[in-house]
Design a protein around this ligand. Sequence first.
Ligand SMILES: Cc1cc2nc3c(=O)[nH]c(=O)nc-3n(C[C@H](O)[C@H](O)[C@H](O)COP(=O)(O)OP(=O)(O)OC[C@H]3O[C@@H](n4cnc5c(N)ncnc54)[C@H](O)[C@@H]3O)c2cc1C
Length: 308
Amino acid sequence: MSDTLYDVVIIGAGPAGIQAAIHASRKKTRVLMLGRIENSALYGAHIENYAFVGGVTDGCDILRVGIEQAETFGTEVSPEDVLKISQEAELFLLTLETGREIMTRSLIFAMGVSKKKLKVPGENDFAGRGVSYCVDCDANFYRGATVAVTGDRSAAVDGALTLLNYAAKVYLVGDRLSVSPELLSRLEESEVEWIQDTITAIKGEHAVTSIQLDRGEPIVTDGIFIELGSKGALELATQIGVLLDTESFKYIQTNANRETNIPGIYAAGDIIGPPYQMAKAVGDGCVAGMAAATYARSLRRRQQTEQA
Ligand SMILES: Cc1cc2nc3c(=O)[nH]c(=O)nc-3n(C[C@H](O)[C@H](O)[C@H](O)COP(=O)(O)OP(=O)(O)OC[C@H]3O[C@@H](n4cnc5c(N)ncnc54)[C@H](O)[C@@H]3O)c2cc1C
């Protein structure tokens, strides 16, 4: 088996992803779980409404125990963000923030929901008039323009690098970046101007004309992309044609097996909708993990028979 081919890859290391990893790994499949526990919504939470865990327990402790359990059952764990997904025949090809590429027979989206608002004056006023939340959706509107991106994780850095293909000038405003060394060096070697500061206001008249910084001079810009968090589920799902719910277009749509419209792709946890609760995420993860492993094993058997 190729080093880079997995049966099940799980994007997300929160309760949904971890439970999916445990159940998939126990079904004799090669499983990789990507993502950082520090970026899980559970990390800073104090849990007292989860059955079987008495008292108040720190979310970060629950996550650490879960990762250890998953590793015990054979899950490979890597704290890398996924930046790109494509389909090659019956396999999925993932590009990670380190530049590494991996293939998988099945895929589970367990990326949670990110709170994307910057919450500064002007943000709501100019939404859709220079304020955007999706580089992949809106980059084309900024051909030849000056744009800024703000955020401190992979979504912001990858977004700024993508915008270089469209805009004449790209700023990245982010105080401390939490990305892999590889992605950081791609940023430093690029023409993106990284400003270590935070945005305090977005200004303009009919549309955005500038952003105000906490410590530095204002930046004149035609647009500001608010890309907080990791590379978002919405963008990754759109890249590969996964359908979202038809009411809010905010959640991935699944059937009772947590399978999406694309055979081999499953989703679990907050990403498929409320209630945003650990108990529900764990339940979803269990169903998705088992279903994805069953799918991958059957595909693997067929591929092996065809090769023989
Ligand atoms: C302050 C707070 C308090 C809470 N209190 C409670 C409570 O008391 N009880 C309760 O039941 N629930 C509580 N919750 C909700 C609970 O934490 C969530 O419902 C749960 O964490 C959702 O799990 P998830 O696995 O779906 O997503 P998350 O736990 O958010 O995990 C998402 C994972 O996806 C990863 N990821 C995202 N994008 C990418 C990418 N591009 N590539 C790779 N990885 C990626 C992240 O790194 C992270 O590991 C609370 C939440 C918050 C914020």
